[in-house]
Write a protein that binds this ligand. Structure first.
Ligand code: UN1
Length: 492
C-alpha cells in the first residue's frame, strides 16, 4: 500500500516522490510506504486550502458543524477498524486504541456543538446611537503538525476546531503514523467535506514542516511534539510572524501523601506510567512519595507489576505494547544506564525484551528506579518510555517543590484523603492539568489541555480554549446616529 498526499479533495502523486516504509512496532512487519513530500507538494496543498477557505468561511458555522457531525458518525461506525489500524501502526494496546478513537469521536461532536455557539460579545459603546460587538473571525489556512503517539486524537483536537471556525487546514502527520491520516482522509471524503478544506501532506519535519511554517499563506501553526522541535517551530514561526501554538513535553509526577489510599495510588501510577508504554506527554515519570509510606508503596507496586503482560497490543490480554521504533528503544535504555550511573536504585525492569517473538518488535521492560534525587537526569528529562523514578520527600511542601522543580509543566496528580492538602496542592502545583486521586493521564476533550513552562507557549488544545488558536477577534462598531461621532473627543 502506497500512501500519497491528499489535497484539493484528491489523492495526489505528482512528480517523482520518494517513499519510506511504515513498520509495525510490535513485530517489524512492513505495513505501507509513505510519500516523503517536498516543498512543491506543500505549495500545491496550500494553494488548494487557500482557494477553498474563501468559500468555507462563508458557510454558516452551524452548517460547517453538520460536516463534523457526519465525520463523528462515520468515526463511530468505523471505530473498531480505526482502533485496529492504530494499534498496528503505533503499537498501543487495542483497549487504548479504542479509547483514542473515542476521544476523536467526542471531539467531533463537541466541536460540532460549538458551531451553534462560537459566541462573540456585545459591548456598550461610549457614544450614543452606536453599537459595538466583537466576533470570532476565521484566520485562513492553518498548518497542523502532529505526533505519532496520538495519531487520531491530537489531529482531531486541532483540525475540528479549525474547520468549525471557518479555516481550512494542511496537516502533516508524523511519518511513523501516516495510515491513521489516510483513514481520516477517507472519512473526510465520505462525509462530503468540500474539496480543499482538509489537506494532508506526508513527509519530514525538516522539509515539509519548514515549508509549511515559511509559507506566507499559512497563518497559524499548531504543533504537538518534543520541546526540542517545538522551540525550532517557535523560532521559525516568530521570524515569519506566525501565530504558533505549541504543546510539548512533560515530566509529570504523582504525589503520594502519607494519608493516601495506597492501593488506588498504585493503580493510578501503573496506568499512567506504563499505559501506552509511557509514550504520552502526560505519562507519569516521577512518583514523589512521603517517606512514611515509601516502602509500602514500593512493595505494592512490585506486586501489581507482575500482572502487566507485555506483547502485541492486538492481543486483548496484553497490557503493555511496544515502543514506536528501535531508536526510541535505544534512547529509553540509555536513560536506564544514566540512572544507574547517577546512583539511583533499579527496583525492577531496565532492559530491552528479546525473548521469543518479542525480539521482532520494540519492547522495553516497565522500569522503576527508587532513591532517585530530584536533580538526577532521570528525574529531570523527558524519557518518553516506561521508566519511572521514585523520589522520597518529608512533607507536602517539599513534594510540591520537587514537582515544580523541572522545566516542564503539563500534568501532575496528588493522592491524599486530606482535603486541606488537596486544595493546597491544586493551587500550588505548577502544571496546566492537576488530578486528585487519579493518575496523570486521561484528559477529557472538553477541558483545556496544555501546560506551563517548557510544555507550551500559553495556548491550549481542546475545550473551548482551542478556538482561541483558530480564530481572531474582530471588533465591529456600527454608528446609527447619522452624524460623525468621534470616540475620545468631547463633541458637546
Ligand atoms: C499526549 O500524550 O500527547 O490525557 C496526549 C491523556 C490523553 C491525551 C494525551 N487524553 O493522556
Amino acid at each position: 500500500m502506497k500512501l500519497t498526499n491528499f489535497f484539493d479533495g484528491k489523492w495526489q502523486d505528482i512528480g517523482e516522490g520518494k517513499y519510506t516504509a511504515v513498520l509495525n512496532p510490535a513485530n517489524g512487519e512492513q505495513l505501507a510506504e509513505v510519500r516523503m513530500s517536498t516543498k512543491d507538494d506543500v505549495d500545491l496543498a496550500v494553494a488548494a486550502a487557500r482557494k477553498a477557505q474563501k468559500k468555507w468561511a462563508l458557510v454558516p458555522a452551524p452548517k460547517r458543524a453538520d460536516y463534523l457531525y457526519e465525520i463523528g458518525r462515520l468515526m463511530k461506525e468505523k471505530k473498531e477498524h480505526l482502533a485496529q489500524v492504530l494499534t498496528k501502526e503505533m503499537g498501543k494496546v487495542i483497549e487504548e486504541g479504542r479509547g483514542e478513537v473515542q476521544e476523536g469521536i467526542d471531539m467531533a461532536f463537541y466541536m460540532a456543538g460549538e458551531g451553534r455557539r462560537l459566541f462573540g460579545e456585545t459591548t456598550p459603546s461610549e457614544l450614543a446611537d452606536k453599537f459595538a460587538m466583537s466576533v470570532r473571525a476565521p484566520i485562513g489556512v492553518v498548518g497542523l503538525i502532529t505526533p505519532w503517539n496520538f495519531p487520531v486524537a491530537i489531529a482531531t483536537w486541532k483540525s475540528f476546531p479549525a474547520i468549525v471556525a471557518g479555516n481550512t487546514f494542511i496537516w502533516k502527520p508524523a511519518t511513523e503514523t501516516p495510515m491513521m491520516a489516510y483513514e481520516m482522509a477517507k472519512i473526510f471524503e465520505e462525509a462530503g467535506l468540500p474539496d480543499g478544506v482538509a489537506n494532508i501532506v506526508f513527509g519530514s519535519g525538516s522539509e515539509v514542516g519548514t515549508a509549511m511554517i515559511e509559507h506566507p499563506d499559512v497563518k497559524v501553526i499548531s504543533f504537538t511534539g518534543s520541546t526540542e522541535t517545538g522551540s525550532k517551530v517557535a523560532e521559525l514561526g516568530g521570524k515569519h510572524l506566525k501565530k504558533v501554538s505549541l504543546e510539548m513535553g512533560g515530566k509529570n509526577a504523582v504525589l503520594v501523601m502519607e494519608d493516601a489510599d495506597l492501593s488506588l495510588a498504585v493503580e493510578g501510577i501503573l496506568w499512567s506510567a506504563f499505559g501506552t508504554a509511557g509514550q504520552r506527554c502526560t505519562a507519569c515519570s516521577r512518583v514523589i512519595v512521603h517517606k512514611d509510606v515509601k516502602k509500602e508503596l514500593e512493595a505494592k507496586l512490585l506486586e501489581q507489576m507482575e500482572k502487566l503482560t507485555i506483547g502485541n497490543g492486538l492481543d486483548e490480554y496484553v497490557k503493555i505494547g511496544p515502543v514506536i521504533n528501535k531508536k526510541a528503544l535505544e534512547k529509553i535504555h540509555s536513560y536506564t544506564l544514566i540512572g544507574k550511573e547517577e546512583g539511583a536504585n533499579l527496583l525492577v525492569g531496565g532492559k530491552i525484551l528479546e525473548d521469543g517473538d518479542l525480539a521482532y518488535g520494540n519492547y522495553y521492560a516497565p522500569t522503576i528506579f527508587t532513591d532517585v534525587s530530584p536533580n538526577m537526569r532521570i528525574a529531570q528529562e523527558e524519557i518518553f518510555g516506561p521508566v519511572v523514578s521514585l523520589i522520597e520527600v518529608g512533607s507536602l511542601e517539599e513534594a510540591i517543590e520537587v514537582n515544580n522543580g523541572v522545566k516542564f509543566g503539563l500534568s501532575s496528580s496528588i493522592f491524599s484523603r486530606d482535603v486541606n492538602k488537596v486544595f493546597r496542592a491544586q493551587r500550588d502545583l505548577d502544571t496546566g492539568i492537576v488530578y486528585v486521586n487519579a493518575g496523570t493521564t486521561g484528559a477529557e476533550i472538553h477541558l483545556p489541555f496544555g501546560g506551563t513552562k517548557g510544555t507550551g507557549n500559553g495556548h491550549r488544545d481542546s475545550g473551548v480554549a482551542a478556538l482561541d488558536v483558530y480564530t481572531e477577534w474582530k471588533s465591529i462598531y456600527v454608528d446609527f446616529s447619522g452624524k460623525l461621532q468621534r470616540a475620545q473627543i468631547d463633541t458637546e
